[in-house]
Ligand binder design. Structure first.
Ligand code: TPP
Length: 332
């Protein structure tokens, strides 16, 4: 079955709505962080939304997803409810990981969303294992693994690519190339900055897409997934993107100029899509206002749900830590 992209007004509006949901969700997270209601690390995705939204639009139910610590967008676009996500951000029991994971470890077993991972490249070997299991137990499903270009210099990336290709695993590698790994510019870290070309070394297919536009990303992901689902082995999709905000909440950004960031912001993917849709009669003023209102209401409800949630009691602190059951069962 061909999984060709079908573009119509409704689909374009869905892509736009999803990107805006992510942007607004994270803006609210910044406010909650400043109010010290969200603690710990917070890595934001502004500017990169087309990657998560475009790829997710091409997936089928049952496919598995792994992401990095910058994964709120992937979680929302994959269907993790905003209520459960916001409660997780606030460390509440009602969160998708009972408040134990927080921003960097979003996990949702029901939706096969296997993290959120604080370790750069940490998801790659896990994705190989999940894809290997699915190849045998759930034929037809694909595992998608998102990672930053900072992971490409790691052994875990090369080991994972090698085994995935050798075993022809149903795996889509999605490199979110935002040009900086914390303060390390791509050009100073990689001898081959065209990262999708790394696939050749493993006799794997690969391509690069300008990820300013979710439609282009979705199209590229669909072409890649067609091959993967047809049993042709894994695929490396490099998405060229840019993060508008700091690496995390603490970052002086001495490694890039304000001018550079401002120039990229002139090509904000959300503004670009909205403008294109309006110019081409795909989004009326009334529809844009309705989407705004819908997202505002969803966000308010999510924050209220999270704020009303419960912190886990201190007595439960040791629960789920290191093989609870085995320890109990082996005690005299
Ligand atoms: C194995 C490992 N090494 C170093 C770090 C510290 N660290 C956290 S984020 C980061 C940069 C990663 O950049 P990239 O993979 O490009 O992703 P981005 O943050 O740009 O989305 C580093 C080095 C880590 N978390 N894990």
């Amino acid at each position: 079955m061909s999984a060709k992209l079908h573009l119509d007004r409704q689909h374009l509006q869905t892509l736009y709505r999803q990107m805006l949901r992510i942007r607004r969700f994270e803006s609210r997270c910044v406010e909650l962080y400043q109010a010290q209601k969200i603690r710990g690390f917070l890595h934001l995705y502004d500017g990169e939304e087309p990657v998560a939204v475009g790829v997710m639009a091409a997936l089928q139910e049952g496919d598995a997803v792994l992401a990095t610590y910058r994964e709120h967008g992937q979680a929302l676009a994959r269907g993790v409810p905003m209520t459960a996500l916001m409660a997780e951000m606030l460390g509440k029991q009602e969160g998708c990981c009972r408040g134990r994971g927080g921003s960097m470890h979003i996990f949702d077993r029901e939706r096969r969303f296997f993290g959120g991972n604080a370790i750069v490249g940490g998801g790659l070997p896990l994705a190989v294992g999940i894809a290997m299991a699915d190849q045998q137990l759930r034929p037809g499903t694909v595992t998608v693994c998102f990672f930053g270009e900072g992971a490409v210099g790691e052994g875990a990336f090369h080991e994972s690519m090698n085994l995935a290709a050798l075993w022809k695993l149903p795996l889509l590698f999605v490199c979110e190339n935002n040009l900086y790994a914390m303060g390390m510019p791509l050009a100073e870290a990689e001898s081959q900055p065209e990262l999708y070309r790394k696939a050749e070394a493993y006799r794997m297919a690969g391509s690069q897409v300008d990820a300013i536009d979710p439609v282009r990303v979705e199209n590229a992901a669909r072409l890649a997934l067609d091959l993967v689902r047809a049993g042709k082995g894994p695929y490396l999709l490099e998405c060229r993107t840019y993060r508008f905000r700091a690496h995390s909440m603490f970052d002086t950004q001495a490694y890039r100029s304000r001018d550079e960031v401002e120039q990229w912001k002139q090509h904000d993917p959300i503004v670009a899509l909205r403008t294109w849709m309006q110019d081409n009669h795909q989004l009326s003023e009334a529809e844009a206002a309705a989407i705004d209102a819908e997202i505002a209401a969803e966000l308010d409800a999510a924050v209220a749900f999270a704020e009303a949630g419960t912190l886990e009691p201190v007595e439960a602190l040791e629960q789920f830590v290191l093989m609870d059951r085995v320890v109990q069962e082996t005690q005299p």
